[in-house]
Design a protein around this ligand. Structure first.
Ligand SMILES: NC(=O)c1ccc[n+]([C@@H]2O[C@H](COP(=O)([O-])OP(=O)(O)OC[C@H]3O[C@@H](n4cnc5c(N)ncnc54)[C@H](OP(=O)(O)O)[C@@H]3O)[C@@H](O)[C@H]2O)c1
Length: 255
């Protein structure tokens, strides 16, 4: 049983790596307790070494696992100040090579799981009259990209969910916002570089440069840059009136 006190608490999905890890680290640095939702406890060991971290088993692809994680949080954490729906997967494939199973898997992990967690955890926020929910969307929620129909559909859906829930929960003191990064330097980016290199025969450096140059800054976004915006939305009194917003962090790629 975890001690309940006035410490601020955030639940972060996909806390093991990449953007979710950077978000978790920033909250820890600021003295928050982090409920790290991840598939394995081993994957959050490096995070645990940095502060007040509690592992919650969570597989976004599995409905039972999502409900169990929500139940554990409701029972053991009590009031969460913030929920960050970050866990996500990408898929790059032309339409004719995107199976219905692939499409449904992306929708489940990228949209259904955030929807379920928000439904299960926002009740306590509403009761407390305060809560901050942030969904990690993407530039793929702003516009279409070739060969990523399932990913784009899932991120557009996540943005729609964000906007609708923002309106529903505003009067209850709960804000719901999206943060939409462009290419960000994580394993997801590296996997895309490798895939482009393999499919085109170009070097990995070349593929990396091409993706980086989609961003007018000519570099990928840093996970820490995404974390700063998420932290502002969750922690700052200055963000109290911001809801239904979508903070695009893409160096100007989509303007
Ligand atoms: N990187 C980019 O360029 C970029 C751009 C725009 C938006 N985003 C979005 O940002 C979010 C984080 O991406 P990232 O770049 O940090 O990706 P990443 O480095 O590939 O990490 C993905 C995270 O999601 C978790 N995850 C994947 N499938 C899961 C499942 N079934 N159940 C639970 N957790 C699962 C992973 O956990 P494991 O360690 O267990 O695999 C990991 O923590 C995603 O929603 C992604 O769509 C990324």
């Amino acid at each position: 049983m975890v001690r309940r006190m006035t410490v601020k608490q955030v639940a972060v999905t996909g806390a093991s790596r990449g953007i979710g890890r950077a978000i978790s680290e920033l909250f820890l640095k600021n003295g928050w307790r982090v409920w790290a939702l991840a598939r394995t406890e081993a994957s959050i060991e490096p995070l645990k070494a940095q502060g007040d971290v509690h592992f919650v088993a969570f597989d976004a692809a599995n409905e039972r696992s999502v409900l169990d994680a929500a139940h554990r949080l409701t029972t053991d954490a009590g009031h969460l100040t913030a929920l960050v729906n970050n866990a996500g997967i990408a898929l790059s494939a032309p339409l004719h090579r995107t199976s219905t199973e692939d499409f449904q898997r992306l929708m489940h992990i990228n949209v259904t799981a955030p929807f379920m967690l928000t439904r299960e955890l926002s009740g306590a926020m509403v009761k407390a009259g305060h809560g901050r929910i942030v969904n990690i969307a993407s530039t793929a929620a702003q516009k279409g990209f070739k060969y990523t129909a399932a990913y784009c559909a899932s991120k557009h859906a996540l943005l729609g969910l964000t906007r609708s829930l923002a309106l529903e929960l505003a009067i209850r003191g709960v804000t719901v916002n999206a943060v939409s990064p462009g290419w960000t330097d994580t394993d997801m980016f590296t996997a895309s570089v490798q895939r482009i290199s393999e499919s085109t025969g170009r070097s990995q450096d070349d593929a990396r440069e091409t993706l980086a140059k989609m961003n007018p800054l000519h570099r990928p976004i840093k996970p820490e840059e995404v974390a700063e915006v998420v932290y502002f939305l969750c922690a700052s009194p200055g963000a109290a009136a911001i809801t239904g917003a979508d903070y695009v962090i893409d160096g100007g790629e989509t303007v």
